[in-house]
Design a protein around this ligand. Sequence first.
Ligand code: FES
Ligand code: FE
Length: 456
Amino acid sequence: IQTSQQTEEFFRTIDEELKQGIVSPRIFNDSELYAHELDRIFARCWCFVAHESEIPMPGDYVLRYIGQDQFIVVRDEDGQVRVLFNKCTHRGSPVCRVEKGNSSHFRCPYHSWVFKNTGEWSGAPYRKKAYKKLDAELWGLASAPHVDSVHGLIFASLDPGAPTLDEYLGEMRWYLDALLGLNDQGMSAIGEPQRWRVPANWKSGAENFMADAYHVPSLHRSAEEVGMFPGIEAGGAGPQASSRHVYFDEGHGMIINDGFLPPPWHRSGFPPEVADTFQPDRLTSDQQLFVENHSATTFLIFPNLGLVRVPASPHPGAPPTVFTYLRQWQPSGPDTIVNWNWTLGWNSAPEGFNEEAYVAALSMHGPAGILEQDDTVVWGGAPVAGKSVFARKSGMRFNFQLGLDGMSDYAEDPEWRFPGRATTSALGEAPQRAFYRRWLREVSTPDRPERTENGE
Ligand code: FES
Ligand code: FE
């Protein structure tokens, strides 16, 4: 992809401004930057594509996106998960038109070329007369060069030179183990993922879930007022109380919150009948200590996979249930996201718990969720400012200075004994600044960048 001189200069400006904690609105709505994001972030990073429980049997498949490209995520006849580009090598027609199903082969509707669910070219009408010399090896469906999974989460990278998934996740893997790897039975996606279109930029979702505890007491106050999200301020969903950030220079990070629920809820807020199915010996002693004493509430795996695990009431006034759900902000243009939502249930949980958790998750973060409606409305402002004539002429900048250079009561916590940089509260924006530094490294680097320790 070509980078104009103007954009090269803009990259240098962003770099300088990030050090001062300011960001140009332009990064939220610029077609050239967006093309760079698709090319250098989504086609290079490890992107989440599906949960293993969505395709348990050979032949099971679902249609998914990496950036704006559509892929068939399919379990082949030998059980291996493949991520196949859903474009026929004859004229580019999608070979699969159904959101999910089971098939050993995909037959293109246009001229009926047929591909195995490994992606291999398998045949075509009149083959013996029409394609006597066709080299079948060359004409299979293109596929993601790297596919791997962790605790049921399937990721793919389109970059042949990508690091392994474990290297990519770095020490976030430690927290994934402590959040999702709590027993042998694991978790499953409940129902189908919900999808809906939102006028916003994908980065607004990512930075929000990664670290924006600051918005909760103000934007989401109504959820507390109707009795569905109790204890926002006192319980610590806000930036003070018992919240903190843990983040990494790779742009991954999370909000840790210890104050949501009083005992006897324990082990990250799960009731005993669920917590008793967890197997502590699957974790290291440090991970066990973390699970007993802390609770990650929202987190981000760069670039666009979020996870939420919080207690919320499935109905106004009902006791809270801890739900776990995955969120992906799929870019569909610089100013449009397609939100994808999966609620995860514990396979070991007693009947009823996952159902309550599912309802709680939808009540909060489904398309009509009480938190979701708050968030998506306000995120719509950034891309509008990004295209505004007056924003450009007046040199408007967004403020990411919270916690910078003593701006607030916010510091690194030297006592934190677990991986990552931890802070003493969540009243800061250091993780967001780390996110945008990672973003800038990726969009401004033509070849795979070295990992740097360019942190605060
Ligand atoms: Fe697929 Fe022709 S486009 S067979
Ligand atoms: Fe929110």
